[in-house]
Ligand binder design. Structure first.
Ligand code: AMP
Length: 190
């Protein structure tokens, strides 16, 4: 089983690539953003609290997200591997994920970062905002806050996985198919 972390700023294409990987390798897609949006849709207690935070471009508290992930993994039957998309986003979440994986006698195979510069990201998120139902994709201030949050709290995770010798990256500029091929190559080489 290969469990893979897709990494990169908002708008890098993690969700798109995750879906292609699910189709090709039958991985399970675990997106904390999707899980939180589902909580919002169902107006759960977590959803009501998360909505404000998401619309401000900040991060939902580590313990809330980590617990959602823990339960999701615990309830998974046999799987061919998990593609983590948007988790972990802080060092605390990465430590928690190590704990969860340890308890499940599993291991993260690698982190694959999709490199895209800030200007391109803003352009892509605004484009996505025209068709997605996501309010956080439409407001330029929210988008800028999400990028700041990424730079301040999430980017550092590259070092965390470099230390574990699990860090890989691909250039995220190019066609979806080209980027996908590069990611597949990394997965198959591992
Ligand atoms: P995403 O769909 O991954 O871009 O996530 C959308 C929003 O959900 C983020 O801007 C955060 O507010 C929240 N979120 C998603 N994943 C996490 C996470 N791992 N930790 C904290 N907040 C998260």
């Amino acid at each position: 089983m290969k469990h893979i972390l897709l990494f990169g700023p908002p708008g890098a294409g993690k969700g798109t690539q995750a879906q292609l990987l699910v189709d090709k390798y039958k991985f399970i897609h675990l997106s904390t953003g999707d899980m939180l949006r589902d909580e919002i849709k169902r107006s759960t207690e977590i959803g009501l609290k998360a909505k404000k935070i998401i619309d401000s471009g900040q991060l939902v508290p580590d313990e809330v997200v980590a617990e959602m992930v823990r339960l999701r993994i615990k309830n998974m039957k046999d799987n061919t591997g998990i593609i983590f998309d948007g988790f972990p986003r802080t060092v605390a979440q990465a430590c928690k994920l190590d704990e969860i994986m340890n308890d499940e006698k599993q291991e993260i195979a690698m982190m694959i970062a999709i490199d895209v510069h800030d200007e391109e990201i803003i352009k892509r998120i605004l484009e996505r905002g025209k068709i997605s139902q996501r309010s956080d994709d439409r407001d330029i201030n929210t988008i800028k806050n999400r990028i700041d949050t990424y730079n301040q709290q999430t980017a550092i995770l590259a070092d965390y996985y470099k230390q574990q010798k699990k860090f890989k990256s691909v250039d995220g500029i190019g066609s979806i198919e080209d980027i996908f091929q590069k990611i597949c190559k990394l997965i198959e080489e591992a």
